[in-house]
Ligand binder design. Sequence first.
Ligand code: TEU
Length: 544
Amino acid sequence: MKNFSKSTIYQIYPKSFCDSNGDGVGDIRGIIEKLDYIRSLGVDYIWSTPFFKSPMNDNGYDIEDYLDINPMFGNMEDVTELITEAGKRGLGIIFDMVFNHTSTEHEWFKRALAGEEKYMNYYIFRDGNADEPPTNWQSKFGGSAWEYVPSLGKWYLHLFDVTQADLNWDNPEVRNELKKVILFWKDKGVRGFRFDVVNLISKPEIFRDDEEGDGRRFYTDGPHVHEYLKELVADTGIEDMLTVGEMSSTCIDHCIRYTDPGEKELSMCFNFHHLKIDYKDGEKWELQRPDYDKLKDIFREWQLRMQEKNGWNAVFWCNHDQPRVVSRLGDEHKYWKESAKMLACSIHMLRGTPYIYQGEEIGMMNPHFDKIEDYRDVESINYYKILRESGKSKEEALHILGERSRDNSRTPMQWDNTKYAGFSEAEPWISLPEDREGVNVYDQEADEDSVLNFYRKLVKLRKEYEVIRDGSIEFIFDSVKEILAYKRVGEDGDILVLNNMSKDEVSLPQSIDMTGRKILLSNYDESRISGIDVLRPYECIVIQ
Ligand code: TEU
């Protein structure tokens, strides 16, 4: 298994990245047009979320045909050109493989619905009466995880939307079909794969009600997940490619196994525990202020345990399912720039492979939509109804969506300061934030001190310093809640990384003598030569 500590990955949500044909929807040719920009960031790989044939109920995570391209995004020639043109610029393309489920529009599911036994075994059907689902499990998007099919007298399982039917990985034919998909794209020159919710693929042998929760404890990191992953990797020969698993509600012990090179499963995995520190009692749709003690505990635990046991983290704040991190943990006003840079620094200097989600590198913020009609995401629309039914007022429900909706990260990429931000000539499929002055690539290219140029420096530092890539990590100043600080220890020397997560000045428990030390990067002026006792609002410093 190869090591990807040197790499930085740029994530694209194609629908919102760049529209080349003026229909208000981003497309593959739009990505091709922006390859030089992506290259200029210094990153090594591009992960694009799915652009395969799909009815788009979940924006492409509901796949109808894994080997065909959604005409909304382009065609096979465009994809081939994307792979070739990216390759010319030293960029590898990572495809998003949604293998836990297919769209109910997929040929396999349609044949299952028609009663063909072979294809019914591709999915998870259970007998039952129309008024009683097989278990009380809940879909991640709200409501029951089961849907009844009257013509068959059976229920099928869907952990996500009702149009996303879970595949039956216990059926070797299913596993073989999916291997063919990998081989097809590998042959076309794709250089890596992201596996969507791959820790949910192995369901339990016996399905029973969950008296304590929504059912996830029965199918998360399920009984055969490691075996199935090993088989998929070995039979497709992708062990040296970049592979990243998206792990929903996982735990460290499993993530160590997923990513320990000796296990030959995945290069790295995403987990989301650090992004639940503002969930009240673990509930996504209940707000609370971010708990920084908890954030630090989670980072410490995951970083240290993964290090000790040879696991590897994908490190990130943002993706297409998460609200914008500056809005969430930073400051949208006075300290917008400082906080955007500090958040970048705090994550990029950790032990792991960093991911940048489109727009994060220019400090994009949540759009603050104020009416339900602005929302497009299936999860947001479902939960709006659920919140209203549970007694929340319109305003309360919209306030929660404003903080939590996945659409917060799906607004068009802001390329310049024109009406549609240079994303499209036409009105985009989803609105842009109204207040976005200076938050665009054009303006930030011209400013040496921009958030954009700060991201470039972070990516470059990783290339230059072995300690950032492969050094070990120790956490320091644990007692100060607002400060996330750590030391990386490597063969080419050590570095100290200090981040003030708050809007106030915070004193360090111990002053740092700067004699013989050098500041590698900082988000304030670098005039503090003699020593450091306090960190200014959202200040970050990397010291060698
Ligand atoms: O997301 C999986 C997932 O569980 C979430 O991040 C999800 O959005 C959240 O938990 C709901 O509260 C992946 C994809 O990233 C997401 O876009 C898809 O909708 C989902 O899988 C289904 O394929």
